[in-house]
Write a protein that binds this ligand. Structure first.
Ligand code: MEV
Length: 425
């Protein structure tokens, strides 16, 4: 039997004790553990090779999403995020889902699309036909650019074209479909798009301008669904509250943006922990949310015939396990090891489950006691620190502010002052 991601009392342990449990779960080495808890885990010379104009690095907390059972397998999910309550909400929701059999997931093959823009084509509709007809030559040229991807079972697999009407008149857009396997894809796709553009320009006429991957990755979708018993979620009223919350988001873009923000709270935290490109995933998610002509919810929540809650989610997921910083950032490498995912597809499916869990955690709180109670204790600690509290004073000031329901900087400063004066006498 595999190891369980449901470790009783995990949240009550110290960071050192928690890491010990994660070490056992993921077979981390002593060096990996030391690196995870050292302050300067991204060496400056490595940072300097990652981006331009480097002057330092900025650490964020790394927590673990617990209790995730996905397709009958246990996962501990590393999450890098500055916002309190996100890790707790995901873990709590995953526990409810676990008791109902866990998450079920699936995904399409990892296909990304590269777009080639052709302007000034005299006969764009006929040019579209000519481009599609040139598919064999185009795919051959594209695949010559990346023999490694081809030998891994991926590569350019299809070519399509469309005519769009723009403020500059009709344009022909050729679209190259590339199976990216375990890479996120931009390097492979953009290189291929640039390499095939002379062929596209020759057969279409006109002039090629942009050659770039699309982040609306509708051919690289991940899906997850789950059933949560009405008892686990807090009764039939809470089930109804969550279903109504979904209906609200489905009908109103102002709510949908916040609903989807909650989903992305979980997904992006994991993407940052693994040093994937969160902007690409966010852009794809929001563009996908508007695919039906209006901005809507990325997840759905329904009540089944037993009165239990059923959730599902589908969204594009351009993530990779090779290329980019995933294999160079020391903490990202450990995060992937903790996750234990073997393919980008498996990784994407875990992210879909995380998004659904995060959404459930938020909606359950919103549909019952409200979101603030859970938020307050950590929020109060942050305010206490910002007001200048250190050591034991952080907890003293935070607890007092929660008790008084006055979680404000001015109150924190007063309490610190009072405490310091009382210590002097
Ligand atoms: C806060 O970061 C996220 C929520 O606003 C999500 C939601 O409203 O569904 C709680």
């Amino acid at each position: 039997m595999g190891k369980s991601s449901s470790i009783s009392g995990f949240y009550k342990l110290s960071p050192k004790q928690r890491l010990q449990a994660v070490k056992e779960f993921a077979d981390l080495t002593d060096e990996e553990c030391a690196l995870l808890q050292s302050a300067g885990s991204l060496p400056l010379d490595l940072a300097d090779r990652m981006i331009e104009n480097v002057v330092g690095t900025i650490p964020v907390p790394l927590g673990i999403g617990m209790n995730f059972l996905i397709n009958n397998r246990d996962y501990l999910i590393p999450m890098a995020i500055e916002e309190p309550s996100v890790v707790a909400a995901a873990s709590y929701a995953a526990k409810m889902v676990r008791d109902g059999g866990g998450f079920h997931t699936s995904s399409t093959p990892p296909i990304m699309v590269g777009q080639i823009q052709v302007v000034g084509v005299k006969d764009p509709y006929a040019a579209k036909m000519r481009v599609i007809q040139a598919k064999e030559e185009v795919l051959k040229k594209a695949n010559e650019q990346d023999p490694v991807l081809v030998s891994a079972g991926g590569g350019a697999i299809d070519l399509d074209a469309k005519v769009i009407n723009t403020t500059q008149g009709p344009m022909l857009i050729a679209e190259l479909h590339v199976d990216c396997r375990d890479a996120m894809g931009p390097n492979a796709v953009n290189t291929m798009a640039e390499a095939i553009s002379p062929i596209i320009q020759r057969v279409a006429g006109g002039r090629v301008y942009l050659r770039i991957i699309s982040n609306l990755a509708t051919k690289r979708l991940v899906r997850a669904w789950c059933v949560v018993s009405k008892e686990a979620v807090g009764g039939e009223k809470v089930v109804d509250g969550i279903v109504n919350a979904y209906a609200f988001a489905a009908a109103d873009p102002y709510r949908a943006a916040t609903h989807n923000k909650g989903i992305l709270n979980g997904i992006i935290a994991v993407i940052i922990a693994t040093c994937n490109d969160h902007r690409a995933v966010e852009a794809g998610a929001h563009a996908y949310a508007v695919r039906n002509g209006h901005y809507g919810a990325l997840s759905t929540w329904e009540k089944n015939k037993n009165g239990d809650l059923v959730g599902s989610i589908e969204l594009p997921m351009a993530v990779g396990l090779i290329g980019g910083a995933v294999r160079t950032h020391p903490i990202a490498k450990i995060a992937v090891k903790i996750l234990g995912v073997k393919t980008a597809n498996e990784f994407g499916e875990v992210l879909a489950a995380m998004g659904l869990a995060q959404n459930l955690g938020a909606l359950r709180a919103l549909a019952s006691e409200g979101i603030q109670r859970g938020h307050m204790s950590l929020h109060a600690k942050n305010i206490a620190v910002a007001a200048g509290a250190t050591g034991e004073l952080i907890d003293i000031v935070a607890e007092k502010m929660v008790q008084e329901r006055k979680i404000r900087m001015d109150r924190a400063k007063e309490l610190i002052e009072q405490y310091r004066k009382s210590r002097k006498v």
